[in-house]
Design a protein around this ligand. Structure first.
Ligand SMILES: [Zn+2]
Length: 249
């Protein structure tokens, strides 16, 4: 886990980001504020040598800003390396180019961009699928499977029946638990993010084996979130603390 904060990072933490490794293939899910230094440390490379693919769920800075840092590392000092496969909404590629005050072609010198596939699509050893979920901007829940192991990830989402299919029988279901109400009781607007309890309900409906809560609003009590989810989800409830490693299989 590279980071588990929503909106902006708490001191010493980072926003959304997860590194998946299978049979030597390394794929990152989201690259929010503060995730890049942690990714580079894990890879042991200042230019992210050994990173094969990036999947970004939606164009919000807490999920995408450090993709620009990765772009700079490869553009300035890793140009001989192969392009990184990038699966993301088109706006994400434009975001990277915009931060650089460059055009899309410049961003595509580093990233081999494609839209997120709805149907199954092979990315290295993984099978990637995505489904649209409700948020302030287009957001995709993604599902990655390899040799019968399944990881699903909600990105940012409001409650939606599609979450149960996204995480169906997943070995690990990563679900956002923004739980803004912990900081602003009663102040919630339209349901475009989840409480920890709703995350637990989605994981239970999906029949997931393990639930990994992430995207905690800064200041939230993560143990309270864990307890809220565990009240409705019968399996293990994990917390996306930076540096945590989960072995699947
Ligand atoms: Zn977010």
């Amino acid at each position: 886990m590279l980071g588990g904060c929503g909106a902006w990072p708490e001191a010493g933490r980072a926003c959304s980001g997860f590194l998946l490794e299978y049979e030597g293939f390394r794929l990152v899910l989201d690259l929010g504020y503060g995730t890049l230094p942690r990714l580079l440390a894990l890879l042991g490379s200042p230019v992210a040598r050994g990173l094969d693919a990036v999947v970004v769920t939606h164009d919000h800075p807490d999920h995408v800003v450090d993709l620009h840092g990765l772009f700079r590392a490869r553009l300035y000092d890793g140009a001989e390396l192969p392009r990184i496969s990038l699966y993301a909404p088109e706006a994400v590629l434009d975001r990277v180019a915009g931060l650089e005050d460059a055009d899309r072609a410049t961003a595509e010198r580093v990233f081999d961009w494609r839209p997120l596939p709805a149907g199954p699509h092979e990315v290295g050893p993984f099978r990637l699928e995505s489904v649209a979920l409700p948020h302030h901007v287009p957001n995709a829940g993604v599902r990655l499977s390899a040799d019968g192991l399944v990881v699903a990830y909600s990105g940012d989402t409001g409650p939606d029946p599609a979450l149960a299919e996204l995480g169906r029988d997943a070995d690990l279901f990563i679900v956002e638990a923004t739980d803004r109400g912990q900081q602003q009781p009663g102040g919630s607007g339209p349901a475009l993010d989840l409480t920890a309890r709703e995350a637990g309900e989605a994981a239970a409906a999906a029949g997931a084996r393990r639930l990994l809560l992430t995207h905690f609003w800064p200041g939230n009590d993560r143990e309270r979130s864990r307890a809220d989810a565990a009240a409705v989800f019968p399996g293990p409830v994990l917390i996306a603390d930076e540096g945590t490693v989960v072995a699947l299989g």
